[in-house]
Design a protein around this ligand. Structure first.
Ligand code: C5P
Length: 274
């Protein structure tokens, strides 16, 4: 059992790019993705006590607190007992890491080693490290990114979850080009945006085929003058990149009014980790 209470932020992860570069014999896909962490996220709190999980917060209703919950699976993997409270601020099954970010935060709070954590999900290693990274393989090959300019983002989620396996199943082309290696430098925002425009999220088209409202989210972000609009992960959350923080805040406010059923928030990057 843990000795003292711990509070750990579980930042949202965002796939600025997500190239699907192949498929292994076991059906898992090889990825090449730029993953960054945001200043919005869930919060996990651990206090001494037998293993338990309570969920509260705006998206608590969408999540089962049963034994299969990734927070409980993470604690069992670490072999530690704690009373866990999850403050669910991010929409569930939304392509911005939620479950993986929460499990990684539990593991960090328990000072657990990284051994075996990928059994909990492909995004566990990158979420556990919590560093802006280029992520390859099934998610286990991580290279820290060169310094990133501050990003001014708006996140938009149409209000429904999307199942990751069904999006991968709907993918038409599984052998797509990787990003350049090594990655170029991004001396400023214009260079980064230019690079991102040359990249893709290969899961965007199959996700739109399953949930056409994602295309509406992307069009709304572009209509709000985003310099780039793209889906994150296997969706359905989309992001827009804006020129500065004020433009992002104003765009988020306008989109929230125009689409009351959507989850909309402005966001920046989490502070860089050493
Ligand atoms: O690991 P995670 O829980 O995110 O994966 C959910 C599902 O997405 C997997 O069971 C698999 O069907 C699919 N997936 C995949 N290739 C990956 C990651 C996930 O096919 N690299």
């Amino acid at each position: 059992m843990i000795q003292a209470a711990r509070r750990e932020f579980a930042p949202a992860k965002l796939n600025l790019t997500l190239h699907v570069t192949g498929r292994r014999a076991d059906g898992y896909h090889l990825l090449d993705s730029l993953v960054v962490f945001l200043d919005v996220g869930d919060v996990v709190t651990l206090t001494p006590g037998p293993l338990s999980l309570g969920i509260r917060g705006p998206f608590a209703a969408g999540l089962d607190a049963g034994p299969d919950n990734l927070c409980l699976r993470a604690a069992r993997l670490a072999g530690r007992e704690a009373a866990i409270t999850l403050e669910k601020r991010l929409p569930v099954a939304s392509g911005i890491g939620g479950g993986s970010a929460d499990a990684a935060a539990v593991l960090r709070a328990l000072d657990a080693p990284a051994t075996g954590i990928q059994t909990l999900g492909a995004d566990l290693p990158v979420c556990f490290a919590g560093r802006h990274s280029r992520m390859r393989g099934l998610g286990e090959i991580l290279d820290p990114l060169p310094a990133m300019p501050q990003l001014h983002l708006v996140l938009v989620n149409p209000g429904h979850g999307l199942s990751t396996p069904s999006v991968f199943r709907a993918l038409a082309h599984r052998d797509n080009p990787a990003m350049p290696d090594p990655l170029p430098e991004w001396p400023d925002m214009a260079a980064l945006i230019g690079f991102l425009h040359d990249c893709r999220n290969d899961l965007e088209a199959p996700a739109i085929a399953l949930m056409p409202e994602i295309a509406t989210c992307l069009a709304a972000l572009r209509g709000a003058d985003a310099q780039l609009a793209r889906m994150s992960g296997s969706g359905a959350t989309c992001f827009g990149l804006f020129a500065d923080a004020d433009q992002a805040r104003m765009a988020a406010a306008d989109l929230a009014v125009a689409h009351p059923g959507w989850w909309v928030t402005s966001s920046g990057l989490a502070p860089a980790k050493g």
